[in-house]
Design a protein around this ligand. Structure first.
Ligand code: LMR
Length: 313
């Protein structure tokens, strides 16, 4: 029997990442080639005209799976504060709209920076959506780490797995290869074993991944959009359809205190997904070097949280 359509809401849909993302969703890249979708595109009022242009293009692309497009800048009852982070107030108002109109079991992926803290604000103002359903994007960093290892070892990126991004989607994140492996003709090998150069793994590799977003901005004069949209698709696809056996991915999720990360932060952990639910991978060994990095990015997130909440009061 043909599946009924699923509603997917993309906020900031007229922005660069939204523009790259919506055709992927409409083509079935995110939820499967047999899953019809109805796209809801939301953006802020100054973007109304551009948003309408995106809608026109979606219609013009005649995607067979696309069963409807709703484009709006109306979140109802918007309340804007002026200060520090525009995003904090945008997320507050969008959370209120979700709280009012979205299905209580909807899955939320926050992409806009500061992504972890925006997700926290969203959680705060959409209290009826379970906290396990509110996540932020660190799959972009995860994929960047896979890409760096694959380039260094000259292996297929699809043969590299189980890197981890810990913490914040910022330059304090910790890209960790201690448990990562590469598929080789003679079986799975540890990345640490294959990359003999320890200094690269604890130095340049980490800083390259941490600063990749800034490097792309410098090169393109615009922030990443193609890779951000593609990794957003990966995040939702694996969350909804499941991670492959023996593979984990990184997602920014509500901390339950695992790995002594303070609970109450949205923090990137290694997770596996099954039946639409993510689960933090437990029991990985954390050496002293890693411990410091896990704590440093947690400290930054605690500071961001305090700053964001001070803007809301
Ligand atoms: C990225 O990682 O590419 C972005 O978060 C960078 C940015 O600041 O837009």
């Amino acid at each position: 029997m043909a599946k009924g359509p699923v509603r997917v809401l993309v906020t900031g849909a007229a922005g660069q990442i939204g523009y790259a993302l919506v055709p992927m969703i409409a083509r079935g890249v995110m939820l499967g080639a047999d899953q019809p979708v109805i796209l809801h595109l939301l953006d802020i009022p100054p973007a109304a005209e551009a948003l309408n242009g995106v809608k026109m293009e979606l219609v013009d692309a005649a995607f067979p799976l696309l069963k409807g497009v709703v484009a709006t800048t109306d979140v109802e009852g918007m309340e804007r504060k002026d200060v520090m982070s525009k995003n904090v107030s945008i997320y507050k108002s969008q959370a209120s709209a979700l709280e009012k109109h979205a299905a209580a079991n909807c899955k939320v992926l926050v992409v806009a920076n500061p992504a972890n803290t925006n997700a926290l604000i969203l959680k705060e103002f959409a209290p009826s959506i379970p906290e396990k359903n509110i996540t932020c994007l660190t799959r972009l960093d995860h994929n960047r780490a896979l890409g760096q290892v694959s380039e260094r070892l000259n292996v297929q990126v699809s043969d590299v797995k189980n890197v981890i991004i810990w913490g914040n989607h910022s330059s304090s994140q910790y890209p960790d290869v201690n448990h990562a492996t590469v598929k080789t003709p003679s079986g799975e090998k540890a990345v640490r074993e294959l990359v003999a150069d320890d200094a690269w793994l604890t130095g340049e590799f980490i800083t390259t991944v941490q600063q990749r977003g800034a490097a792309i901005i410098k090169a393109r004069k615009l922030s990443s959009a193609l890779s951000a949209a593609s990794s957003a698709c990966d995040h939702i696809r694996d969350w909804v359809l499941g991670t492959p056996e023996g593979t984990w991915v990184s997602m920014g999720v509500y901390s339950d205190g695992s790995y002594n990360v303070p609970s109450g932060l949205i923090y990137s952990f290694p997770v596996t997904c099954q039946n639409g639910e993510w689960k933090i991978v437990q029991g990985l060994s954390i050496d002293e070097f890693s411990r410091k990095k896990l704590d440093a990015t947690a400290d930054e997130l605690s500071e961001e949280k305090a700053l964001a909440y001070s803007c809301l009061s």
